[in-house]
Design a protein around this ligand. Sequence first.
Ligand code: ZN
Length: 476
Amino acid sequence: MNRLLLSSCLLVIFALSNVELGWSQTAIVADLPAPETKLPTHIPVKIPIRLYWGYLIIVEGSIGNVHKLNFLVDTGAYPSVVDQTIAHDLGLAEQPSRVNLSNKSVQTGLVILPSLLLGSVGAESLPVLTEDLSFLRKALGCKVDAIIGLDVLGKSSFTINYRTKEMLLGPVERLTFSAPFDTDVPIVTIRTKFQNQQLRLVVDTGGPDLMLFQSRMPSSASFQELGTEKTADVSGSFRRRKVRIPEVFLGKETIGTQIASVVDDQKDAGDNFDGVLGMRGPQFSKIAFDFEHRRFFWDLPVVAPAISVSIYDDVQLSPRVLAEAEDETARVYQKAGITIAWIECKSSKTDSAPDLRCQDPPSAMHLNLRIIPHASKSGDGIFGVAFLSAEGTGAYSDVSYNSAEELDRDWHVGLARVLGHVMAHELGHLLLGSNAHSRQGIMCPSWHGGELRLASMGALLFSQEQAQFMRERLAR
Ligand SMILES: [Zn+2]
């Protein structure tokens, strides 16, 4: 019996139609005849794509003799799904079929498409599901005639360039990062690692962000909770937790901080993946599925120098405040062309296992920041202190929680926001060296209403000169 998977194609379907289904990872449908395959071509064929919501990919293709159809490219789907209208127009006989989702079974139809063509990739006598896809038109403002899954896409390696909005069918050019497939078609999974947890994720061009299944999370997994959303479902309501994971690895490569949702699901011993990796969260600029070498490739947007910051929270902030403060700091630096990777290091008060990178030696590229209750008197006015050598170099700074709290009490722009800006200021001392203060902007030595108003608008920043100085110093 074939184990077929609907995963995110149905997730897309039901998520978009606001009928959230508590779905299990696998859906078993009836035995399907094996589709006839065409040999993949070795000459790359370029076709334009249209992007919706920053990640959903629509390409043109044809089914039978009906051309210029809109296909949604969904590597999280198996098998492909066509709209009922197309099946009807082609006069295809529909066989009833059932798809099991979590604790319920969904009635669907099965048809055999005479032929389907997507660029140079074709399939004949292809068994697909039929669904009413009209809701996608309502949601996207674009008619979607079929959701093309890995039963078709798996026939040829392909590259998606999100910047030039092109899909390249054929041999994959080498991109900067890659990770091996852990399992192959009908689902492509890759191994991921965070907090020393190993999980397998489905790589899903039809999904937005990282989604993890609760039943698959080791009991030791601890996340930074960002709150829960309550979602309704035909079988009742369930909760979906939003969490922040400071650093996620695909294979051996980092894709940085990810916001993930953790969904309750039902454990199924046959399932062979633990979550779904959507394409918007990691901000890939290019991705490629190389079926020949069984590797997933990706490129990230070119960014200027990156620093890592080990953060020690002596104040025991709520995870949400800490996460928001970090995001605020990171945003200030992003505007200056510098990316920050946070390493959460435990303060001495907690006994959880620390991130091993907390032991990495500090350097110009690896700074340390400690949030302390009160600033020491010798420090940088109200904010804290950056420890600089006579040459103006250093890697350690303390930030006073108390000063952020007082500023927030006076100006009401939000504690996390103020704290994030204070953190950005103190790190600025480490990156700019001696005499870093300026009359305006984030390096202003004392803040009042004007600065805090700018902070609340996201406009309390480094000057262009300061940003350039820091980038050049880091590039050295
Ligand atoms: Zn200062």
